[in-house]
Design a protein around this ligand. Structure first.
Ligand code: DHB
Ligand code: FE
Length: 314
């Protein structure tokens, strides 16, 4: 059975991609940003996911302003890097997982989330930059990637609650896929930023840090943040953070935060990054209830099961 082992959030600033492509990662400004992802790359190399579901937003690259799906799931076998005005980034073609993606589409749509199915799509910095941050710059991406594009560029974007519930539906879909696959869900974009208008350059660290705390401990509280509040507190583009709630909804209620990094700025944004692991699934105890301790025995009597909370196998 496929299983979601962890969730990751990461910023997706295009200038991070340019720093990689133009070999500027050792410059002090960029080193500060990239050094925060060294541990993350190690973590990812150990986690060895078979598939990453990458929740991101297209920036008018694959979809023009003429057609903006709210949730678009990439079901193709390949997703080439998009030309965002200065040629496609020199990164590998993203290899999809059409079988799992189609399964997710079927499960989620029958659960009444009306996804758009995308069978041909190019992917922009919103997806390729987070892949670089988590995997470095290998000749091929080491796992399959299913892109899930979310509209956060034209009003009205989906609510945080809708995103969280979509995450829940994706979790159910993954859990019902018969093949043994290790799946990591990525939520990208954010954190507070505003690119244009009188408040251009706005960053609100207090809001960002509270959001990171909430993501680990109380994501349902975050689902109550309105669009206006995102706009006021986190800038016009801060709404990208609703995408993180799809990732969080796909995880268990209780997760283990294994890593966090926050720095300001990278281009116009605050960079927020967190790694949350699902705990091991509940396992049935082989020992009879009579051999167990008091509290455990009572729990066992009530439920007939024992939960073992250990760090996920890496
Ligand atoms: C910037 C940030 C973004 O999230 C984006 O999509 C484009 C630009 C920036 O900081 O410049
Ligand atoms: Fe963006």
């Amino acid at each position: 059975m496929a299983r979601i082992i962890a969730g990751v959030t990461s910023s997706h600033v295009p200038a991070i991609g340019a720093a990689i492509d133009l070999k500027k990662t050792e410059e002090p400004y960029w080193k500060r940003v990239f050094s925060g992802f060294e541990k993350s790359k190690e973590w990812m190399a150990n986690a060895k996911p078979d598939v990453v579901i990458a929740v991101y937003n297209d920036h008018a690259s694959a979809f023009s302003v003429e057609l903006i799906p709210t949730f678009a799931l990439g079901c193709a076998a390949e997703f080439p890097p998009a030309d965002e005005g200065w040629g496609p980034r020199p990164v590998p073609v993203v290899k999809g997982h059409p079988e799992l993606a189609s399964h997710i589409a079927q499960s989620v749509i029958l659960d009444e989330f009306d996804l758009t199915i995308v069978n041909k799509m190019e992917v922009d910095h919103g997806l390729t930059v987070p892949l670089n941050l988590m995997f470095g710059s290998p000749p091929e991406w080491p796992c399959r990637v299913i892109p899930l594009a979310v509209n956060v560029v034209m009003y009205p974007p989906p609510t945080g609650h809708r995103c969280y519930m979509l995450g829940r539906a994706i979790r159910k879909a993954v859990n019902s896929y018969p093949e043994d696959l290790r799946v990591v869900v990525m939520g990208t974009g954010g954190m507070s930023h505003q690119i244009s208008g009188p408040r251009a350059g706005l960053i609100k660290s207090k809001f960002d840090k509270a959001y990171l705390d909430g993501l680990t401990k109380d994501p349902k509280e975050l689902t109550r943040i309105s669009h206006v509040e995102f706009m006021r507190e986190a800038g016009a583009e801060g709404i990208e953070m609703v995408m993180w709630l799809i990732m969080r909804g796909a995880l268990d209620d209780k997760v283990k935060e294994v890593y966090r990094f926050y720095t300001v700025p990278a281009s116009n944004t605050a960079v927020g990054h967190i790694i949350l692991e699902n705990l091991e699934p509940k396992t049935k105890s082989r020992r009879p209830a009579s051999l167990r301790g008091g509290a455990t025995r009572k729990r066992a009597a009530a439920h007939g099961i024992r939960q073992v909370a250990v760090r996920s196998k890496q």
